[in-house]
Unconditional design. Structure first.
Length: 288
């Protein structure tokens, strides 16, 4: 299997897990690549409006992207999931997942060719790993909360595409990132709708992230769903757009007491929600 990831200066940034993983689809054996922490490897930077934590490159280690290492991917059949769900796939569907391995690889190659999961993770293989997570949760039952997990994976893939676009401009990675964010927006809204209808709970996702540095929980999920619809939702139908933005604004006001003098629930999520609330108010006023 792969060696550990290293920086251009030869410094280690990852290690191979002691635990041996056995793929529930093809029975292939491998070890997960884990990100090393400490020693100044990760320097937290800004938190974006999408609750994505950026990291400032260090002089010693350069740029490190924690999201690259989050997905567990079988390097042989390219079955993928969030770490704790890898061995929780229903056995009676494993053959179907195996039969689709060629299609998964072909689809991933259309995003970026030449990815090899037997080698140390890179920014590119991190993107593909999140795409595979998005793809493979189609095979999980509703009690595993697959829709919200797909939403998180789509958003994480988009963030990594943003990073790749900064390093390699002019290759339309920014356009691809927007497509993934639109997909994430649809999936976030669908996950919340399914929970409201009693079709699929969100409870199987213990850490709603959406990034790895902090769990913003259910309120963060409502905020992200609203933000993505505001930023990337369909704007062609004016009447529907007005109704959607009005609902997002009401939900934010309900959650955080926005529009009132209340200062409850302080913190980054409150600040981001207040900014979104004001943006919604401005656009809704323009409809008038």
């Amino acid at each position: 299997m792969a060696e550990n990831s290293k920086t251009d200066t030869g410094l280690k940034i990852s290690y191979q897990s002691k635990e041996l993983y056995v793929c529930p689809v093809c029975d292939g054996e491998f070890r997960r690549e884990e990100l090393l922490s400490g020693s100044g490897r990760l320097n937290a930077g800004e938190l974006t409006d999408e609750l994505h934590r950026r990291y400032v490159p260090s002089a010693k280690y350069g740029s490190i992207y924690p999201l690259v290492y989050q997905a567990t991917v079988c390097p042989y059949c390219w079955f993928a999931s969030m770490e704790f769900d890898f061995n929780r796939l229903s056995k009676n569907i494993a053959q179907d997942v195996f039969n689709a391995s060629g299609a998964r690889k072909k689809e991933a190659e259309m995003i970026y060719p030449g990815v090899d999961f037997t080698k140390p993770r890179t920014l590119v293989s991190g993107i593909i790993s999140q795409y595979l997570v998005l793809r493979c949760y189609d095979y999980y039952k509703t009690d595993m909360s697959p829709t919200i997990k797909q939403a998180v994976a789509a958003l994480r893939a988009a963030w990594l595409l943003d990073e790749l676009n900064q390093k390699d401009t002019g290759q339309h990675y920014d356009w691809l990132s927007i497509l993934f964010k639109k997909k994430a927006g649809f999936l976030y809204s669908e996950a919340l709708k399914r929970e409201l209808e009693g079709k699929e709970s969100l409870s199987a996702l213990n850490n709603m992230g959406p990034d790895t540095d902090k769990n913003y929980g259910y309120e963060g999920t409502l905020y992200i769903a609203g933000l993505l619809k505001y930023k990337y939702g369909d704007t062609r139908n004016t009447e529907r757009r007005f109704a959607e933005l009005s609902e997002i604004k009401r939900n934010l006001a309900k959650m955080f007491g926005l529009g009132k003098s209340s200062k409850s629930k302080p913190g980054p999520l409150m600040e981001k929600s207040r900014t979104l609330y004001n943006q919604l108010s401005k656009e809704l006023n323009e409809f008038d």
